[in-house]
Ligand binder design. Sequence first.
Ligand code: ATP
Length: 344
Amino acid sequence: MTLTLRSGSKTYPDGTVALTPTDLHVEPGEIVSLLGPSGCGKTTLLRLVAGLERPDAGSEIWFGEDNVTDLPVEKRKIGMVFQSYALFPNMSVRKNIAYGLKMQKLPADEIDRRVAEVLKLCQLEPYADRSIAALSGGQRQRVALARAFAPRPRILLLDEPLSALDAALRDKLRDELAGLLRTFGITAIFVTHDQNEAMAIADRVVVMSHGRIMQAGTPEELYRNPKSRFVATFVGHAMQIDGEISGSRLVTQGGSLQLPDDAAGCSVFVRAEDVHIVGDGALSGRVESVTFLGTHYRVGIAGIASETIFAFHVGQPPPSVGDNVRISIETKALLLLPEQADAA
Ligand code: ATP
């Protein structure tokens, strides 16, 4: 089922413009994440799609050929998974999943059939008769998904589905959630403020700021080809190397760098994984922090640009705080962003 938002906007009664007129099209079976900092309007967009919030006049929401703009939430046939899961703790897994189907007044044998189907799909068969209170966080998440999916919704909406979990479990369940959504083959939108989560789960990430979409694309597109300073820094923490552009070179505090051909009028950014500490690097700076992160060290270097430039250092012992180091950055690793690209 496609989902189309045309000029979807929302102004709350107190005058807060949570969403400026926004167009969004989601293909059948596509998994889209809404990513952005707190207050950027992602939950509002999700609630408009769900029918939990009325959009401003002029907004249109379509599920396939069906204009659902004025349809109440219970008639939209959507599935929702919330941060809290909102399961009934003392009921069994089976009863939790069957609950929504009973509300729909489906015949008992149809309910049994659908419950069995999602129990299998979500690998919950061994726990079918356990109460929710006796399940792990990961198992609860699967029950919440199974329950949302059992009524065969047209679209699945997920609001920060992993944020209540601790970090280790989150990483594991992220992959599991991505796998399950694809098994369902359902059109899904999920809200998150965690870029790793968005990138790992979604086919397409919609980056929002101040009530508007800044950029939408595959995780790779957003990472490699951000169109604005906001997207470059929010997705993958790009760092600005400021300086004077002189001919084809950028002259910074720490030396000079060869620029790509089309750099005029652009700001220059780089990501930490593209900054290499090497003896004959073109730029020099001083180490001001070294953080061990397991797979690599994150080395903060001052004196290259106005802000600290971080390098990921793998392997041999890292430099020490206070050391003078040289770094190199390949020209093709530089991200060029038009200086006027960001109002937000
Ligand atoms: P978070 O990640 O913190 O949940 P969000 O990106 O989901 O943030 P929204 O909840 O959509 O953001 O809120 C967008 C803006 O609308 C914020 O400025 C928020 O304060 C405001 N807002 C949300 N709900 C209401 C409301 N009922 N009345 C007035 N303003 C609201």
